[in-house]
Design a protein around this ligand. Sequence first.
Ligand SMILES: Nc1nc2c(ncn2[C@@H]2O[C@H](COP(=O)(O)OP(=O)(O)OP(=O)(O)O)[C@@H](O)[C@H]2O)c(=O)[nH]1
Length: 281
Amino acid sequence: MSTPAIQWYPGHIAKAERNLLEQLKKVDVVLEVRDCRIPLATNHPRAEQWIGNKGRVLVMNRVDMIPTEARHQWEDWLKSQNEAPCFTDGQHGKGVKSLVKLAQRAGSQVNERRKARGMLPRPVRAVMIGFPNVGKSALINRLLGKRVVESARKAGVTRSLRWVRISDQIELLDAPGVLPNILNDQDAAIKLAICDDIGQASYDHQRVAAAMVELLKDLQQGHVLHDRYQVDPADVTGETYVQMVSQQRYTGDSDRAANALLNDYRIGRLGSIALELPPVS
Ligand SMILES: Nc1nc2c(ncn2[C@@H]2O[C@H](COP(=O)(O)OP(=O)(O)OP(=O)(O)O)[C@@H](O)[C@H]2O)c(=O)[nH]1
C-alpha cells in the first residue's frame, strides 16, 4: 500500500490539545475560526466537544479569497443549519467589529450570572480556536488595531498561548492552531494542505499540487491554470500537469513547479476560488 499524501505527528498534536484544553477551562466564549475556502475541512472534529456549553461564534475567515457568490451560498447554507456566521478578512480587518459585538453577546450570560450573585462585571474571556494558519493571529491584530501577536504565512507560527485585552469588555486568548489527532479523510487533508492550513503534518508537495489540479478541474476552474501557465489541464491527470508545467517553466524541476502551483493558489494569483461549496440537500 502506498503511503498517504499527508502524514501526522500525533505526539505534537496531543501536547497542543492538552494545552488548549487547560486554557479552555478559563474562557466564556469560543471563537471558532474556519477558512472560507474550505469551511468543511477546517471544521475541527473536536471543536463541538471543546466548546461544550460555552458561548460560541463561528468565524468564517479569508472571505476575500472566495467569490461573493460562494460567500452567499455559504451564508444561506449555514443559516439553514441554524448558524449565524461572522465573515471576516483578517488581513484587511473586514468584519472584525461585528466579531467583537458577537463575542460580547455570546458571553453576556457571564455578567448576568455575576450580577445575580451581587458580583461586579468582568471582561468576557474568549479564545480563538481553529486549524493552523486559518488567520487567528491576524484577526487578533486587527481587533487590536496593532500587531501584538505573530502572524505569518507559514502554518504553526503561534507556539504559545497568550492573553490580550481587546477592550474593557473583552479579553482574548491567542492559541496555536490545533490539528486533529487522526484525520481519516485524506480528501479533507489534501484540501488543508493546498490551503496551507496543516501545520505540523508533512506532505508531498507534488502529490498535493497534482490533487489541486484535479480539484480545480472538478470545480470547472481548469481555465485559471490554462490562463496562468499556458498549459491546458483538460485532458491530462494532475500528475502529468505538474510535469508539463515543470517542463514548460522550470527546466523539468517538478518540485519547483509543484511549489509554484500551490503558492499561486495560496496567494490568490489564480483568482478567488472556493475549494468547497455547501452540500446540496
Ligand atoms: N487574504 C487573507 N489573508 C489572511 C486572512 N487572515 C489571515 N491571513 C494571512 O494568513 C497568514 C496566516 O495568518 P495567521 O493569523 O498567522 O494564522 P493563525 O491561524 O494564527 O496561524 P497559526 O499560528 O499557525 O495557528 C498570514 O500571512 C495572514 O496575513 C484573510 O482573511 N485574508
